[in-house]
Design a protein around this ligand. Sequence first.
Ligand code: FES
Length: 160
Amino acid sequence: MSNSEFKFSPENIERINKEIAKYPEKKPAVMATLYIAQEQNGYISNEVIKEVATILEMTSEDVLGVVTFYTMYFQKPMGKHHIQVCTNVSCMLRGGYEIWNQVKEKLGLDNMGVSADQKFSLEEVECMGSCGTAPMIAVNEDYYENLTKEKVEEIINSLK
Ligand code: FES
C-alpha cells in the first residue's frame, strides 16, 4: 500500500458535503463517502480511511470497521474489469455455478483474485437484484443478464 496522502477531488468533496447535509451528524454519511472514495481511488487504502475519518470526525478504527463489514468495499486494487458472478438462489438454479466455474477457469482466478496484468478481477457475489433475468454477471457497473455459457464467453472476450 502506498504512503502517499489521499485527498478527495473538489467535485467529490461537494458530493460528500451533500451526503453529510442529509443527517444531523456526520457519521451516517460514512457509507456514501466510502463509496465515493472507492470510485475515485479504486479501493479503500489506509490513506483513504484516514481521510474519511478526518472528514467525518470518526476514528480510523470505526471507518475500518465499516470497510471490513461490507463486501462492496475493496481493500486492495482490483482489475480494470471487475467481474462479479452471482451464485445466489435464482442464479444458482439457472446455471450460476456453471458460469462461476467457467469464468474462474477462463481467467485463472479465484474469488477476489486479480490478474497479473491488473486487467481482470473476479468476485462471487450474493443476489444483485436481477433474479428475474438470472443468471447474471456484472462487469464494473454493467449488468449482463439471461446468460448462457456462450454469451459469457463472448462478453469476456470483448473486454479490452
Ligand atoms: S439471485 Fe442472482 S441476481 Fe438475484
